[in-house]
Design a protein. Structure first.
Length: 201
């Protein structure tokens, strides 16, 4: 049985990740339609980390950024890399636009920063869970109950309460005594089981 060959871009990205001392982890199965949340987004370098993960994992997903990042001369490249521009002055229309993309697609993975800005905001904006609710996409959040940077009661707890009111499905997995780092749980089995259960539906 022959193994599928990794593309050159993936080999290069994995080599770069190793040089940086990072290990790339990808769930064995990822839902064809899902919303990926990345927080906290506090630096422009987050874009390069995201692109490194995209190529190193060979996991294709779209991502959202402000429309000014898509201007000439690099706008074409940003779109080629999977970018979706958002016009902040028309955020409500943008939610409808993303929901429509989910409705029209059999496979769509979108990554979004819930703060909507690199500036410290102290809270998450609501657009991402309106997108998830409108597209019928469930949310899974892994969090540490000792996380002081993203405390439960000010972030995930608020989202879970509001998402339930909207009729959406949101599951949480707690890391007892866990802080903000490392992000993943020591035992990824519950995450994998949740993904496989929703992927098979």
């Amino acid at each position: 049985m022959s193994r599928s060959r990794k593309p050159l871009s993936q080999h290069i990205a994995l080599a770069l990740a190793r040089l940086l001392g990072w290990q790339i982890e990808v769930p064995p199965s990822v839902p064809a339609k899902c919303l990926i949340i990345g927080a906290h987004h506090t630096s422009g370098s987050d874009f390069f980390v995201t692109m490194l993960y995209l190529f190193a994992s060979n996991l294709r997903f779209r991502w959202i950024a402000k429309d000014s990042a898509f201007r000439w001369p690099f706008g074409w490249l940003m779109r080629r890399l999977g970018g979706i521009p958002v016009v902040r002055s028309a955020r409500s229309n943008f939610v409808d636009q993303i929901v429509a993309l989910y409705d029209a697609s059999d496979r769509l993975r979108v990554a979004i920063s819930p703060e909507g800005t690199r500036s410290e905001s102290g809270y998450w904006k609501t657009g991402f869970y309106y997108i998830a609710q409108g597209a019928g996409v469930p949310i899974l959040h892994v969090y540490g109950d000792a996380d002081e940077l993203v405390p439960w009661e000010e972030n995930t707890g608020v989202v879970q309460e509001r998402y339930a009111v909207l009729g959406g499905e949101m599951a949480t997995i707690v890391k007892p005594g866990g802080g903000h780092h490392p992000h993943g749980p020591e035992d990824p089995t519950p995450v994998v089981e949740w993904i496989e259960a929703h992927f098979s539906q």
